[in-house]
Design a protein around this ligand. Structure first.
Ligand code: DGL
Length: 260
C-alpha cells in the first residue's frame, strides 16, 4: 500500500499521477486539513504533524510514504527518514528540468515561504541553476483558494495574475510549480500568462520515483486499486467533492475523518 499525505488537497495532484502510473495499487491519502496551510507554520509543528500522519499511514499498512507536499518535504523528510525505517518519497523542486527547458535563461519558482527557507530548495537551486537566474515568488493565498475549490473566477485570476505577470516581467519563460496545490491552478495560470510560458509540474517524476522504490521494496500483497481518503478536518464532504473531481472514474473510493 502507498501512503500519501499533504497539508490538504494539494497532494491529490501527486496522487493522480501515482494512480495513473500504478492503477492496481491501493492508496491511503491523508489531507491534514485542520492544520492547513503548512506554508506559514513553524518547523516544529510541521515535523510533529508529519510524524503523526506517517505513524497513521504505517498503521494502515503503508510500504512507502509519499510526502506529497513541498513544504512538509522541506521541513520533515530528513527527520522522517531518521525516525522510521520505511522508505519516503519527497517532493523535489523541479529546477533542473526547468533550467534545461529555459531559452531566456530565467526560470520562475512559485512555492510557499517555508519551502524557500528549506535547505533542500537551496541545495537544488545552487546545484542545478548555475547557468540560469531563478526568480522566486511566494504564492501567498493560493493554497487557500485551492482548498476552497476556487480554481477559476475573478478573485483567483487576479491573484494568480499578480504573481505570474510579475515573474514574467522578469523574463521568466519556464515556471516551476513548487507546491502541490498549484497544478490545480494550471488553467488559471494559462489564462493570465503569455502563451509561451512553460509550466513544470514535478508530480509525474515523483510517481516514477515511487514506482522504482516500491519495486525495490518488492511487496507482493494483493491489491484492489482502491483509495481511502482521510481528512483531519471536519468536512469530509469538501474533500469528497474535490477528490471526486480529480478521480471521476475511480470506482473503489472511501472517505473518513481522522481525529489525530
Ligand atoms: N501542498 C503544500 C506544498 O506543496 C502546500 C503548503 C501549505 O499547506 O501551505 O507546499
Amino acid at each position: 500500500m502507498i501512503g500519501v499525505f499533504d497539508s490538504g488537497v494539494g497532494g491529490l495532484s501527486v496522487l493522480s499521477e501515482l494512480v495513473r502510473l500504478m492503477p492496481q495499487q491501493d492508496y491511503v491519502y491523508v489531507a491534514d486539513t485542520r492544520y492547513c496551510p503548512y506554508g506559514s507554520k513553524s518547523l516544529d509543528l510541521i515535523q510533529e504533524r508529519s510524524a503523526i500522519l506517517t505513524e497513521f499511514l504505517i498503521e494502515q499498512g503503508a510500504d512507502v510514504v509519499v510526502v506529497a507536499c513541498n513544504t512538509a518535504t522541506a521541513a520533515s523528510v530528513a527527520f522522517l527518514r531518521d525516525r522510521y525505517s520505511i522508505p519516503f518519497v519527497g517532493m523535489e523542486p523541479a529546477i533542473k528540468p526547468a533550467a534545461q527547458l529555459s531559452k531566456s535563461g530565467v526560470v520562475g519558482v512559485l512555492a510557499t515561504a517555508n519551502t524557500f527557507k528549506g535547505s533542500l530548495y537551496h541545495h537544488t537551486r545552487d546545484t542545478y541553476a548555475t547557468h540560469v537566474r531563478v526568480v522566486e515568488q511566494v504564492g501567498e493565498g493560493l493554497v487557500e483558494l485551492v482548498e476552497q475549490g476556487s480554481l477559476d473566477g475573478p478573485q483567483t485570476d487576479e491573484l494568480v495574475g499578480k504573481y505570474v505577470r510579475g515573474i514574467q516581467h522578469e523574463g521568466v519563460d519556464v515556471l516551476v510549480l513548487g507546491c502541490t496545490h498549484y497544478p490545480f491552478l494550471t488553467e488559471a495560470i494559462r489564462r493570465v500568462a503569455t502563451p509561451d510560458l512553460q509550466i513544470v509540474n514535478p508530480a509525474p517524476a515523483i510517481a516514477s520515483q515511487t514506482q522504482r522504490i516500491l519495486s525495490a521494496v518488492g511487496t507482493h500483497a494483493p491489491s484492489m486499486g482502491s483509495v481511502h481518503f482521510w481528512t483531519t478536518g471536519d468536512r469530509v464532504d469538501q474533500l469528497k467533492k474535490i477528490a471526486d473531481r480529480v478521480f471521476p472514474d475511480l470506482q473503489n473510493k472511501s472517505y473518513d475523518c481522522l481525529l489525530r
